[in-house]
Write a protein that binds this ligand. Structure first.
Ligand code: ADP
Ligand code: MG
Length: 684
């Protein structure tokens, strides 16, 4: 008896080779197969008389083959089969390229169903390579709504359809029902088996909509339940009490006065840490809002209480910069900071680790190395992670597991609309830094096309002549990645700029460089030795160069709005008037409208709200920027209402049954556990 965990080779026609190809699509078991949702659908249900189909229209036709199919060799490697089809309303000339077998399959005088896009003119209609089926056996590839799957080499859509049919046949009834009965009833959702059958093979579009609604709801519901559970668990967990110190002592040591928002975030976190429970707080603040200072204040408080802290950054560049900034705040007060990163020598790593373990360091700053290098702390009180969206829930908990329940502070510069934040960060308390330090200038933003290139080069020249530095961001690393020559690559564009400005120093930094080279290129820019730094989005997060006054984004229409906003935040960090120039070559009307949002507003939350409004939440769930488990279907939808509904439903279920102990909820419980790699302790 097959079940959802059975190997995909169970299906007739899928052997070693095809199983390998399917694995590339993430399909290894029958369960994976059923979860492989269509990318889109083709409506092949509408039959039209030939004489009514206009050129460029796509339709199904019921027609008779009127001429003997003729095969001609045009030249080597190019065969044509030509024939004519007719119905009562008209006729069309059909051509197949390099499918000589068609000559023997299509028989003069017989009727078939054809599906394809009409070409030619009203007087002489043509069809090229239309799909066909014998009329008496039609219904597999014509006359239906055809699911269209994402494919890979060696796997055709037809194969997936056949496999899906067998898969559903074999275990369509074994799919676990994750939604409790009262939820499906209350929100008028179909049962799981119905949803899977109809998302793959919908008889009509309303049924498809119903099936999809159910699957999207389920995904959001599961996520919401998991977040509620994590929060419940945390609220029950005891944490060390960190007595609240006199913060004025710390604030007085600073070169500037903290903003009201910074003070508020610090005291909210201090209250958490003094409460006897474990803190899990997110500090959300736009680029430049001063999150680092908030972290510094807490590192200091934890040190005052006699504990160590760990500080995690997403890249080595950022970890290095954080060390510098934090050391500036904290070393004068007597604290000892260390840096652990992948590129250190084995010996250096050993030293840092020994110092952390022996308590000779008060704060250890690092990248993922902090998790992977197995660092032990003498007494870890607080874990800070910067730019949290790059760290997954699991990574967060891996680090947390290092100490005996340290307090956790995560910092994010990605403003997320409130409704989504509740879903994504449901397990965290949130402080918002909604105020920029005084004297901060607005970054002047303009959106231009290629025709502006000469003037832009002139502007670069004048900025550098005034002693400033310039960031240029490109969407990709190397030219070969994409066929479209309009898309600029960092390496080629850097070379081109160096040619344009032989008198200037042009640097380049991108994700494919070795950490050492990357650091060297970045350092040179930070020290002011490079005038222009061309990069990919590696500079997106955090890097602080006060002397940079111009950010140029090439092919700006290829970036998300929030990402562009982040990039813009790289300039305007010093006293100099700063600009952000968004260059795009022939953007669509929609792209222009999106870029206009950035020109008009400098508030990151407003940008995020607008992005959400223009593109729907799907993009957000699809981006994987949030560090949540992969979403299969929620990235296909466009409604915020459902996010709300799923959240409400999840909350009600968890409030009623916080342990998910009801046998009806066992599938949900198991599913959440696997999805978030939670261990049994989470439930106790
Ligand atoms: P982000 O929130 O983007 O991480 P940072 O912590 O890097 O922002 O702070 C941005 C800049 O603002 C830094 O140069 C920092 O020294 C400065 N800064 C932070 N807080 C204040 C303040 N209250 N007054 C003036 N400057 C500040
Ligand atoms: Mg920062």
């Amino acid at each position: 008896m097959p079940d959802l965990t059975s190997d995909i080779r169970y299906i007739k026609g899928i052997g070693e080779q095809r199983a390998k190809s399917l694995a590339r699509l993430g399909i290894r078991t029958l369960g994976d197969l059923l979860h492989y949702f269509p990318r889109t659908y083709e409506d092949r249900t509408v039959f039209r008389p030939i004489g009514e189909v206009l050129p460029e229209e796509t339709a199904c036709l019921r027609a008779m083959v009127a001429t003997e199919p003729r095969l001609t060799h045009v030249r080597r490697g190019m065969d044509l089969v030509k024939l004519r089809i007719v119905d009562e309303s008209g006729s069309a000339d059909v051509t197949y390229f390099n499918q000589s077998y068609v000559r023997d399959q299509l028989v003069k005088g017989e009727s078939y169903v054809f599906y394809g896009k009409m070409g030619g003119t009203l007087l002489r209609r043509t069809l090229t390579n239309p799909v066909y089926e014998r009329e008496d056996r039609a219904g597999v590839t014509t006359g239906r709504i055809l699911p269209v799957y994402r494919l890979t080499h060696g796997i055709s859509n037809k194969l997936l359809i056949t496999a899906m049919e067998s898969g559903l046949e074999a275990c369509g009834d074994m799919l676990p029902e994750l939604l409790p009965g009262d939820v499906t009833a209350r929100y008028s959702l179909p049962k799981v088996g119905f949803a899977y059958r109809n998302v793959h093979f919908p008889p009509d579009f309303p049924t498809l909509a119903l099936a999809r609604r159910r699957l999207i709801f389920e995904e959001l519901f599961v996520l919401s339940c998991a977040m509620h559970l994590l929060r419940e668990k945390r609220e029950r967990a005891a944490g060390r009490r960190i007595p609240t110190p006199d913060m004025e002592e710390f604030y007085a040591s600073l070169p500037f006065a903290p903003t009201a928002a910074q003070r508020r975030a610090v005291s909210q976190a201090l209250r958490d840490m003094a409460s006897g429970q474990c803190m899990s707080r997110l500090v959300q603040g736009d680029v430049g809002s001063g999150k680092t200072l908030v972290a510094a204040a807490l590192l200091w408080s934890v040190w005052k209480a006699g504990y160590q802290s760990a500080f995690m950054a997403p890249t080595e560049i950022l970890a290095g910069q954080h060390l510098q900034t934090l050391a500036g705040f904290l070393e004068p007060l007597g604290m000892r900071l260390g840096l652990l990163k992948g590129s250190l020598t084995a010996r250096q790593k050993r030293e840092v680790k020994a110092a952390a373990e022996g308590g000779a360091l008060d704060v250890v700053i690092g990248t993922h190395a902090l998790i992977t290098e197995d660092v032990q702390f003498a007494d870890l009180g607080l874990v800070v992670t910067d730019e949290q969206h790059r760290f997954g829930v699991e990574q967060r908990s891996a680090l947390t597991a290092k100490g005996e329940r340290p307090h956790v502070l995560v910092m994010s510069a990605t403003p997320i609309p409130r409704t989504l934040a509740l879903m994504i960060y449901g397990d965290l308390d949130v402080s918002v830094l909604d105020e920029l330090p005084p004297g901060r200038q607005k970054v002047e933003t303009v959106s231009v096309t290629e025709s502006y290139r000469e003037r832009l080069n002139g502007f670069i020249r004048s900025q550098v002549a005034e002693g400033r530095q310039v960031f240029v961001v490109c969407p990709m690393v190397e030219e070969s990645e994409e066929a479209d020559p309009k898309i600029k690559s960092a390496t080629e564009h850097a070379a081109a700029l160096q040619k344009t400005f032989p008198e200037l120093t042009v640097g380049c930094v991108h994700g494919k460089m070795k950490a050492k080279e990357k650091d060297a290129a970045m350092d040179a820019f930070v020290r002011g030795e490079t005038d222009i730094l061309v990069s990919t989005t590696v500079v997106e997060v955090g890097v602080d160069v006060a002397n940079a006054s111009l950010m140029i984004v090439e092919n700006a229409d290829r970036f998300g709005l929030s990402q562009l906003h982040q990039l813009r935040g790289r300039v305007g960090r010093g006293v100099h008037k700063s600009w952000c120039v968004l260059v795009s070559d022939g953007p669509t009307e929609e792209a222009k409208q999106r870029l206009r949002v950035l020109v008009q507003t400098s508030d990151g939350f407003a940008v995020a709200e607008e992005d959400l409004r223009l593109r729907g939440p799907g993009d957000f769930f699809g981006s994987r920027q949030h560090g949540l488990p992969e979403m299969h279907i929620a990235d296909l939808f466009g409604s915020m209402d459902m996010v709300e509904e799923a959240r409400t439903a999840a909350k009600a279920v968890i409030e009623r049954d916080p342990e998910l102990a009801d046998p009806e909820l066992a599938p949900l419980r198991n599913h959440i556990r696997t999805l978030f790699a939670l261990n049994e302790n989470t439930w106790n």
